[in-house]
Design a protein around this ligand. Structure first.
Ligand SMILES: Cc1cc2nc3c(=O)[nH]c(=O)nc-3n(C[C@H](O)[C@H](O)[C@H](O)COP(=O)(O)OP(=O)(O)OC[C@H]3O[C@@H](n4cnc5c(N)ncnc54)[C@H](O)[C@@H]3O)c2cc1C
Length: 500
């Protein structure tokens, strides 16, 4: 079984692009090479801007390459949640904006002949008797003239009630982003991999973007990093970071269901789809979310998904398992646009698990703003908005949770245990000389020791025993066992420590 996303098994080897080693000047510096950053590079370079994409690791291998690859116009939290906060005009605009973005992806696939298994597919919502989601969703759909239809008699999954939405789509998200990057005009767009940005300085007439070895001077910078980096409190206090998991398996039978399947069982959502390429066929299940850094055992979440598949299908070998992160906005809408009024920095975040579409949409909205062109959705997703009433309940809940994590850290006395007490392949937080350090014991018996305090806001990290990373329970930064940043708002690694 591979501990990597299914998509990465079909991608070209990572690190095809050079590291940035000298200073450069461009019109727009794009930080992050996921679907948001690469689409922004495409749109801006087509409009004549000179752009550079600075990617900390490998293009497409962030959340985009760990997603499910479903493209749909509704949202993960369902339209009924949106309608509970907004009027039907807003719900309709959200749907239309997402439809436009889906069409843009389809157009890109066609225009650049991207080999990413794009196909139009229906989306199915169904539930067991414990839920009331479908009735609510159907009611909202009727109000806004969205045409759901009934499930067919031979619908392949157990359910009490369900509905179907035609003409959504699926693809391989990693092959799409790699293909789009490959199609970019090299004259106008340069891509750098293994080039983490460490800070950004917004000056009056330009932005300076600092990497370890170079400075990029630009007229504008786009934070296409999934969540803005640094102490951007106006965003981090309204975004809840969640992690969920994916597993892929082969079926004993050959009847792989086609479509996007969102099943609600005991109030838990499970997203199911199949994927076929080069004669290989897989069934994928995605779900079992928890707040980042707060799972009792991450392993249990993967096991729960595996059990879900095994209980409902006759599966053969489990071939892949992986995790992915999402940031849920308190008022249910993403933040897309200028970081703050008159800023030269743009953000695109709060996509929940809907960001293949929202990332594409963000690229177009931000390109329009940079060109000083009106975009009909700019006010809907305005990044600098303040929605105290729409966000209030969730805002209070998320921040009470962060405060509780801080207090837990303060009261944590640490463990004075001997490092020998940590088994190979395991990890723990220990206190030495009053300092909390995160210790990982390698399989060969050696130790990797780094500070246990997140470099974003000094919360204490916790061990993720399935992905072997140190995860911050406050705002979702994640670090590998050497302390390097994997994702989240932290710019800088956890400092290495030496203890006796
Ligand atoms: C399990 C799961 C399933 C999902 N399924 C779907 C789905 O089916 N459909 C859908 O629409 N959405 C889905 N999503 C959501 C979607 O995957 C994301 O919203 C989307 O991929 C975000 O794209 P992005 O380009 O903004 O971020 P990313 O793809 O994460 O790209 C950000 C990039 O920035 C880089 N970066 C970070 N920090 C720095 C730095 N300091 N310097 C330089 N580079 C940096 C990262 O390495 C990364 O490559 C899913 C999410 C999860 C977790």
């Amino acid at each position: 079984m591979l501990k990597q996303s299914l998509w990465s098994s079909f991608a070209t080897a990572p690190a095809q692009y050079p590291k940035l080693e000298g200073d450069i000047a461009v019109d727009v510096a794009i930080i992050g090479g996921g679907i948001t950053g690469i689409t922004a590079a495409q749109v801006l370079s087509e409009r004549g801007f000179k752009v550079a994409v600075l990617e900390a690791r490998s293009i497409g291998h962030g959340t985009t390459g760990h997603s499910t690859g479903n493209l749909y116009i509704i949202i993960d939290e369902l339209l009924s949640s949106l309608k509970a906060k907004y009027d039907k005009g807003v719900v309709k605009r959200v749907l239309q904006s997402r439809k436009d973005a889906l069409e843009k992806i389809e157009q890109n696939v066609r225009n650049f002949q991207i080999d990413c298994d794009f196909s139009r597919q229906p989306l199915f919502l169904y539930e067991d008797a414990n839920n009331m989601k479908i009735l609510e969703e159907r009611k909202v759909a009727e109000e806004i003239d969205l045409a759901f239809t009934e499930l067919a008699e031979d619908f392949p999954f157990e359910q009490d009630m369900g509905i179907r939405l035609e003409n959504q789509a699926q693809f391989n998200p990693l092959l799409y982003v790699l293909g789009l990057a490959d199609a970019l005009d090299e004259e106008r767009c340069s891509i750098y991999e293994n080039t983490p940005v460490r800070s950004v300085e917004d000056q009056e007439d330009r932005v300076l973007v600092y990497t370890d070895d170079a400075i990029v001077a630009a007229k504008y910078a786009i934070h296409a990093t999934h969540t803005p980096k640094g102490l951007e409190l106006q965003y981090h206090t309204t975004l809840g970071p969640y992690r969920e998991y994916g597993v892929a398996a082969r079926l004993e039978s050959n009847s792989y269901p086609q479509g996007i399947f969102w099943g609600y069982y005991n109030n838990q959502k499970y997203s199911i789809r199949s994927y076929s390429r080069g004669g290989e066929k897989y069934l994928i299940a995605v779900g079992s979310p928890h707040k980042v850094g707060q799972a009792e055992s991450n392993r249990k979440h993967v096991e729960e998904l595996v059990a879900f598949l095994q209980e409902r299908f006759i599966v053969g070998q489990i071939t892949h398992t992986w995790g992915g992160q999402n940031y849920k906005p308190a008022d249910l809408l993403p933040f897309i646009g200028r970081k703050e009024k008159n800023s030269r920095e743009f953000v695109a975040t709060g996509f929940s698990t809907d960001g293949l579409i929202y990332g594409t949409l963000a690229a177009v909205i931000i390109a329009d703003k940079i060109e000083d062109k009106f975009n009909r959705y700019e006010d809907l997703y305005e990044a600098a908005r303040h929605e105290p009433v729409k966000s209030a309940k969730k805002f209070v809940k998320e921040n009470a949770n962060v405060a509780a994590e801080f207090l837990k850290d303060l009261s944590f006395k640490g463990d004075d245990k001997d490092l020998e007490g940590i088994a190979p392949g395991e990890a723990g937080i220990v206190t030495r000389n009053g300092e909390k350090v995160a210790v990982y014991r390698e399989e060969n018996g050696g130790y990797k020791i780094v500070s246990a305090l997140c470099t974003h806001m000094a919360c204490m990290v916790s061990w993720n025993n399935v992905e072997e990373s140190w995860d911050c329970p406050c705002h979702g930064s994640r670090f590998n066992t050497s302390g390097e940043v994997i994702e989240g708002p932290a710019f800088n690694p956890l400092p290495k420590k030496i203890i006796e």
